[in-house]
Design a protein around this ligand. Structure first.
Ligand code: HEM
Length: 497
């Protein structure tokens, strides 16, 4: 080869290396990130992190690199946190530093940083404070949120009685009733169970959570720069969310036309009143976009999470009939305040430690959001000897905490004793992070816990759960395991007691 040709190739190689180093430097912004597998330029750690088994890939890397490591999702470095101690140190002990919401590219086109779940900075603080206040108040005035749940549980029992013990698939029985609780908070009223539009909305929310968990979505989140221009299944989610957004926007319009500032009927009214109060402030966060998207956040997070947990819970109870359902029923019947056909009250929860432990164990095993919702650091952050530059994305592996063997004796087994002391009293376990922890912890936790308890006890007091296959053959493996663990559909019979 001629000298000139060799020199050109050499210079081209140097230029390529320089470009790669510059890109890496720009991404790392001069921090000192935790170690991790060596990325391939532009592809990142695709060879180590499988889009169809992301959580499992991370757990493998943890064996090699320890509980804090860096992976490159395409060009973007992400710091992965594993195990109770590390996650607590970040989300709780350094709560402010880790309170940012990280990128979730698949939803970016729909939300663009608006709505409480995806917001950051002051916008997030304002929307979070406002949403929490309204959720607390809505019990607002006349009827407590507990009464709303009890009433809805009554409707559910009615529907279940109509099945007369024939096999049913429980998904939409549960999502209709659970969704009606949050609907009455955000929209001021419940839907009729036969309402076609309601069923369609539930279908959309169910599909959204399923789509969030496919390998396609994982690929999109890793390579959004390319995937957004490619046709394919990953674009489906955008349309699902847009349709839900349109529905909420139409509800807002209806409320606006009949608003009485003295008598707010629901979350939307309260937000509209704030918008009117702030109408001369150009920087206010009380605008139409935040209203629609925060309402949508509450409506969908308030529906799919609790109903999936109940669905999975019934499956686990059928797999473990000898202990679980019978003990819960006995515990409920022992209580003087509870007779066979009256509804349980949340005050009964402290008197029903076994039931409370079972619910915690259902949530622990389901591990609904195994990789958490992405966080990011809000400033340059020193953490365990590393320096995470402001804006670095962080994945708190909630699943690794919920199955941390230091805190749970049998991490993969259904063992309610994880939450009971020797005397059978309820025992808190600090590694129970199904709702995450720290500043961004689930905003609907109190509501969700109330719903799980009241629905589970109401159903078990009134029905026996009968599987269609022997308990040993019941497969409790989720249908999909990605952003969320989606429980598999199944059939059961509910036989009136
Ligand atoms: C079993 C039920 C539920 C589970 C397991 C669950 C779990 C979670 C998790 C893991 C997060 C992420 C926290 C973080 O970023 O670290 C979260 C956030 C959130 N949840 Fe829930 N959730 C449940 C029920 C609910 C309900 C009923 C509502 C609505 C009323 C709700 C509304 C939200 C909202 C708005 C956020 C975002 C909070 C923020 O970014 O500040 N969740 N949830």
């Amino acid at each position: 080869m001629e000298l000139g040709g060799a020199l050109t190739i050499f210079l081209e190689l140097c230029l390529t290396c320089l470009t790669i180093i510059l890109v890496w430097k720009r991404i790392n912004k001069g921090g000192k990130l935790p170690p991790g597998p060596t990325p391939i330029p532009f592809l990142g750690n695709l060879l180590q992190v499988r889009p169809d088994a992301t959580f499992q890939s991370f757990m493998k890397l943890r064996e090699k690199y320890g509980p804090v490591f860096t992976v490159y999702m395409g060009l973007r470095p992400v710091v992965v946190l594993c195990g109770h101690e590390v996650v607590k140190e970040a989300l709780v002990d350094q709560g402010d530093d880790f309170s940012g919401r990280g990128g979730l590219a698949i939803t970016e086109r729909n939300f663009q940083g608006y709505g409480v779940v995806m917001a950051n900075g002051d916008r997030w603080k304002i929307l979070r404070r406002f949403s929490l206040t309204i959720l607390r108040d809505f019990g607002m005035g006349k009827r407590s949120i507990e009464e709303r749940i009890q009433e809805e549980a009554g409707y559910l029992l009615e529907e279940l009685r109509k099945t007369k013990g024939a096999p049913i698939e429980p998904t939409f029985f549960l999502s209709r009733t659970v969704s009606n609780v949050i609907s009455s908070v955000v929209f001021g009223s419940r839907f009729d169970y036969e309402d076609k539009q309601f069923l369609h909305l539930l279908q959309l929310m169910n599909e959204t959570f399923t789509e969030m968990s496919t390998p396609w979505t994982q690929l999109y989140n890793t390579y959004p720069e390319i995937m957004q221009y490619l046709p394919g299944r990953h674009n489906h989610m955008y349309h699902l969310i847009e349709e839900l957004k349109d529905f909420v926007a139409s509800k807002v319009k209806i409320n606006e036309a009949s608003l009485d500032p003295q008598n707010p009927r629901d979350f939307i009214d309260c937000f509209l009143i704030k918008m009117h109060q702030d109408k001369n402030n150009p920087h206010t966060e009380f605008n139409l976009r935040n209203l629609v998207l925060t309402t949508l956040n509450l409506f969908s997070a308030g529906t799919e999470t609790v109903s999936s947990t109940l669905r999975y819970g019934f499956l686990l109870l059928m797999k473990h009939p000898e202990v679980e359902a019978a003990k819960i029923q006995r515990e409920a019947h022992r209580l003087q305040s509870v007779c066979l056909y009256s509804s349980t009250s949340v005050n009964d929860r402290v008197k029903m430690p076994y039931t409370d432990a079972v619910i915690h164990e259902i949530q622990r095993l389901l591990d609904f959001v195994p990789m958490g919702v992405p966080h990011k650091v809000t400033r340059d952050t020193h953490f365990r000897g590393y320096l995470l530059p402001k804006g670095t994305d962080v994945f708190p592996m909630l699943g690794s905490v919920l199955k941390d063997p230091k805190y749970f004796r049998y991490p993969d087994a259904f063992y309610p004793q994880h939450f009971l002391d020797e005397q059978g009293r309820f025992k808190k376990n600090e590694a129970f992070v199904a709702f995450s922890s720290g500043k961004r912890t689930c905003l609907g936790e109190a509501l969700a816990r109330m719903e799980l308890f009241l629905y589970l006890t109401s159903v078990l007091q009134n029905f026996s759960l009968r599987p269609l296959v022997p308990p040993a053959d019941i497969d409790v493996t989720p249908k999909l395991s990605g952003f969320v663990n989606v429980p598999s559909p199944y059939e059961l019979c509910l036989v009136a007691r």
